[in-house]
Design a protein around this ligand. Sequence first.
Ligand code: FES
Ligand code: FES
Length: 157
Amino acid sequence: MKKVEITLKVNGEDYELEIEPQRTLVEVLRETLGFTGTKKSCNEGECGACTVIMDGKPVASCLVLALDAHGKEITTIEGLARGEHLHPLQVAFVRQGGIQCGFCTPGMIMSAKALLDKNPQPTTTEVRKAISGNLCRCTGYQQIVDSVMTAAQEMNK
Ligand code: FES
Ligand code: FES
């Protein structure tokens, strides 16, 4: 199949790529650009493991064609830490037990970040709604909600 040229802006850097038009954003992020922090699990938009932020909104990157992400601003989990300094959400997930096996964590944190970017002081109900598309088999969700609330408090200090 004929390849197409696209530019992806990921974590503030521009990447000019030639890709097959049927490739999804999660495939290009992981396999072409090496951003393997974004996980691929169901590949059907059901689990949220592949969540990234695109133009300010959380999206399941397995449901987005890379072609449709051309020119958009994409943030992955790799874009959160600043050098040695983890993002407050990452710190809170570690401290509050919001991370266990860790497979859901990158997607969970990206959904939480999209929420806190828009709503810096969410209620627990708003947090639960924001992560409702992200499945976790390990934590029972309470520690994740606690982690997001703790991060919000830290970020508002
Ligand atoms: S891998 Fe995309 S939602 Fe599950
Ligand atoms: S920590 Fe294991 S799936 Fe969420």
